[in-house]
Design a binder for this molecule. Structure first.
Ligand code: ZN
Length: 383
């Protein structure tokens, strides 16, 4: 791929782990981190070290052992939290401190009970403190999509002045819609005076099912870092799914014209490993990694695919490392697919036998949801 470089920041081990039931043991987090490294993500957010003793150990272990990508750890904007977070992540080959701070009036008024001015001061203080440890600081004003736009820009300017290298626009509550989110990114790019070559990032939630769409709208407006999780897991309805963001950028590179480091052939394996570790299955119709993502039942589609896969597949299953496309034989299937199945099993049939088998097959398909291979074999043998 040619064009602007997009950095993929994976937060499966932090935001993803906030999915109900997705808690992982330190060794499980390390196992997944190794696979994320093979997948080729640029940054792994390993966790939130102050949340528990076990989480601290998990982040430190990942920082020590994963050398092929940057390791980030998230912290609140407090001196003691930043100190402990740095302890957890400092041994990484390329460590990053990620500071989060509520920014919208709703959060300021009802959660923090602090003024905008106080938030501004905490931003400067926390970033400057983290900067004494490393120059790789990322700053995220939380709930940025419900934050006053001018205040948001002034906060980002203050964070950059204090030493933040990356600033992240978080749609923490999944409130934005794509056109609006794209406009916000454009506004921030134009109005943060010191943005220069600093990295602009986005973090989207899927409460309205728009996390991937919002992320892609931001890429169209020039952000260079996107945050996502495998299988889209995360707090509440989850985050932007890495597999969907990446495969869209790759499949529609004619529109996006960006470069990534991801080895897309590792996507399916990574998704399967996450399911194995968390026990949380992926819905069958999930894009890219669902069991039916490359399954075809419609007779017209099956006929086209047997002639040339480009007819009804915009990407190959192999490009995401997924199992080969599958033909589901059901009442929507046609003669061409049934013949293809029969020939694969080693039988030879003439046209009238094929007509007869197709008729009997459809008769059966009208009455049951799934026809097993054994039932189909029995119809063929009766030819
Ligand atoms: Zn989040």
């Amino acid at each position: 791929m040619q064009g602007k470089r997009i950095f993929i920041y994976d937060t499966t081990l932090r935001d993803g782990e906030q999915s109900p039931g997705a808690g992982m043991m330190p060794d499980e987090k390390l196992r997944l981190a190794r696979q994320l490294e093979i997948l080729g993500v640029d940054i792994i957010e390993a966790g939130f070290p102050v949340s528990s003793a076990g989480e601290f150990i998990a982040v430190r272990q990942i920082a020590r052992k994963i050398r092929g990508c940057q390791i980030a750890a998230m912290t609140r904007a407090r001196i003691t939290d930043i100190n402990r977070t740095w302890e957890a992540v400092r041994e990484a080959a390329d460590p990053r401190i990620h500071i989060i701070l509520p920014a919208s009036d709703i959060l300021l008024q009802y959660q923090l009970r602090k003024s905008r001015q106080e938030i501004m001061e905490i931003t400067k203080m926390s970033v400057a403190h983290a900067r004494t440890y490393t120059d790789d600081i990322e700053f995220s004003p939380m709930d940025a999509t419900r934050t006053d736009k001018d205040f948001l820009c002034r906060l980002l300017e203050a964070a950059i002045d204090a030493g933040a290298k990356t600033v992240n626009i978080a749609d923490t509550v999944g409130y934005a819609i794509p056109t609006e989110f794209g406009e916000l990114i454009r506004y921030v790019s134009a109005n943060v005076k010191n943005i220069g070559d600093h990295i602009l990032s986005v973090h989207c939630h899927d409460d309205l099912g728009l996390a991937v769409a919002n992320t892609l709208a931001a890429v169209e407006q020039g952000v260079s870092q996107v945050k996502c999780t495998i299988n889209g897991i995360g707090e509440r309805a989850g985050n932007a799914a890495l597999e969907e963001v990446v495969m869209t950028l790759k499949t529609r590179n004619d529109r996006f014209g960006v470069q990534m480091r991801i080895k897309t052939e590792q996507i399916y394996k990574t998704s399967q490993l996450l399911t194995e570790i968390t026990g949380i299955p992926v819905q069958p119709n999930k894009a890219i990694v669902g069991a039916n993502a490359f399954a075809h039942e419609a007779g017209i589609h099956q006929d086209g695919l047997l002639k040339d896969t480009r007819t009804y597949e915009i990407m190959t299953p192999q490009s995401a490392g997924a199992p080969e496309n599958r033909f589901i034989l059901g009442k929507h299937s046609g003669r061409h697919a049934i013949r293809s199945y029969i020939e694969k099993t080693g039988y030879l049939v003439n046209e009238s036998q094929l007509d007869d088998i197709t008729t009997r097959f459809k008769g059966m398909a009208d009455h049951c949801k799934n026809i097993s291979d054994a039932e189909l074999d029995a119809i063929v043998k009766k030819k």
